[in-house]
Design a protein around this ligand. Structure first.
Ligand code: IPE
Ligand code: IPE
Ligand code: MG
Length: 244
């Protein structure tokens, strides 16, 4: 168990401020049990709730999760539509959890491609979040790192053409056009599920993130697994290109 102080916060100052997780392995989890892949997505949604609450308890300030990529539309139509249906429940549960736990919620991604019902939930979620302080969970839906950068570049070009910017484009200025505007970069990126790749996640923001890969499938991921990842992270020496 982590070392908690009376306020329930971990005493160790090395808890990452921002953790990003690629929620991978749902399909294989279900397959191993002879269940349809979609059953894995349902259990994976439960795991998200547990881990978000745990992150709040240990003092993580931002949690960004990859739930559906711009490439995931390539899956069989049946799986996509079940995932979309689950995302509706998932968002509703996230809204309920958020209200109970006071977790702020934000959606990263091109929401224009989502159904009007999902879009309405996204809006409601963001509206509710304004009233809370404390941990912020960002859920990436129809999200792609390249798509995000393109989307930002298009918005910047529009502002430039309309004379709304002075043309002095800095890294900081460009980052303010990304979905993650105003949020510090992830310190720790976790990928469960055994794959060792980034799959188009937070390409700009992960420039100096520490990566942690594990074979544990996302539906089996537990607070203890997160503690392991944080312990590995704590032992890393972050140099940002400098010397120490
Ligand atoms: C991650 O689990 C969830 C989504 C991409 C929607 P997968 O569905 O990719 O599970 P595996 O990788 O096939 O096990
Ligand atoms: C990455 O997982 C996307 C999400 C978890 C939402 P994938 O399962 O789609 O990634 P690949 O296809 O193995 O690279
Ligand atoms: Mg996968």
């Amino acid at each position: 168990m982590p070392n908690l102080n009376p306020a329930g916060k971990r005493e160790d100052s090395r808890v990452p401020r921002h953790i990003a997780i690629i929620l991978d392995g749902n399909g294989r989890w279900a397959k191993k049990r002879g269940l349809p892949r979609t059953a894995g997505h349902a259990v994976g949604a439960e795991t998200f709730r547990k881990i978000a609450t745990y992150c709040k308890d240990i003092g993580v300030q931002y949690l960004t999760v990859y739930a559906f990529s711009t490439e995931n539309w390539r899956r069989p139509q049946e799986e996509v539509s079940t995932i979309m249906k689950l995302l509706g429940n998932y968002l509703q549960e996230a809204i309920d959890t958020m209200e109970k736990e006071h977790i702020r919620l934000k959606i990263f991604g091109d929401t224009a491609a989502l159904s009007p019902e999902l879009r309405a939930m996204v809006e409601r979620t963001e509206e509710l979040s304004r009233h809370y302080e404390g941990i912020q969970a960002n859920i990436c839906l129809n999200y792609g790192g390249r798509d995000e950068i393109l989307h930002a570049a298009r918005r910047y070009a529009r502002d430039y053409a309309e004379g709304k910017t002075d043309g002095e484009l800095t890294e900081e200025g460009f980052a303010s056009y990304l979905y993650s505007a105003g949020i510090p970069d992830p310190d720790l990126l976790i990928r469960p599920g055994g794959e060792v790749r980034i799959s188009n996640f937070l390409l700009w923001q992960c420039a100096y993130a520490e990566f942690y890969f594990t074979d544990v499938l996302w539906p089996d991921f537990t607070p203890e697994e997160l503690d392991k990842a944080i312990a590995v992270f704590s032992a890393r020496d972050r140099r940002y290109g400098g010397v120490k």
